[in-house]
Design a protein around this ligand. Structure first.
Ligand code: FE2
Length: 244
């Protein structure tokens, strides 16, 4: 019986043989699968709070300026006690503003990706800053489009929404929970809460699924959002998918 099966496979099942030999896990299969999150096989070092605070203070609060240029900025009631700052992004706001005004795209990662090669992009922390060194341990600067800090204070929240994009509504941003106190939750409609713990890095799909964030704790929640060329970390993503 075994011999017959082997004979069949070698002689009459060329399609099956081809599939068996050539089938492999594709990055886009994972990214487009529709799952709202994937925990990455990557751990954030335990940074002292002074290091985190230094990075937050060094980052640039361009989001406020950015939003103020749009005709209909987000209603203030959408967030409470939330602040977003750019840690790696366009270097010069005066150079950047005309670009985004001509585009009218409310998709910051998309804009950063679009103009990444035309404008100067830079870190807003020193080359030897522990946070920057950690990101560069798995991503070269060339592969990074935008890194932002999102700080959500105690009793802060972000109302249910999903984010705009000019790209695919797939898994996209790396969501690094550098400070995730008890009482924080990140909910995805009909999927429950993402099982995020401090020190985790997730890949999330904030484009397809309505989501919200609440901090019922007493300490600020700090997340680093890394938008990058995901093909540069595809081995990590595939390994994480296979181990999930
Ligand atoms: Fe969002």
């Amino acid at each position: 019986m075994t011999k017959k099966l082997l004979n069949d496979l070698s002689s009459e099942n060329s399609l099956l043989n081809d599939l068996s030999r050539e089938n492999s896990l594709q990055l886009d299969s994972i990214l487009s699968s529709g799952i709202p999150w994937l925990k990455l096989d990557l751990e954030i070092p335990k940074f002292p709070i002074e290091v985190l605070n230094d990075a937050v203070e060094s980052s640039v609060g361009w989001h406020g300026q950015w939003d103020s240029h749009y005709a209909q900025p987000d209603p203030s009631s959408q967030t409470n006690s939330w602040d977003g700052k750019v840690l790696f992004g366009p270097k010069n706001w005066n150079e950047w503003t005309p670009k985004i005004l001509s585009d009218r795209i409310e998709d910051e990662p998309g804009l950063a990706k679009k103009y990444r090669r035309d404008l100067d992009f830079a870190w807003h922390i020193d080359v030897d800053h522990p946070v920057r060194k950690w990101v560069n341990s798995f991503l070269d600067d060339d592969a990074i489009n935008l890194v932002s800090y999102y700080v959500l204070g105690p009793q802060g929240y972000i109302q249910p929404h999903y984010d705009d994009t000019t790209g695919n509504r797939w898994l996209n941003k790396m969501y690094a929970a550098v400070a995730w106190p008890d009482g924080c939750e990140f909910g995805f409609l009909d999927w429950g809460n993402a099982p995020i713990q401090e020190g985790d890095v997730f890949l999330i799909n904030n484009y397809q699924h309505p989501h919200w964030v609440i901090n019922r704790g007493t300490q600020p929640r700090i997340v680093m959002d890394i938008n990058c060329d995901l093909t540069k970390i595809q081995d990590l993503i595939k390994r994480s998918f296979l181990r999930r």
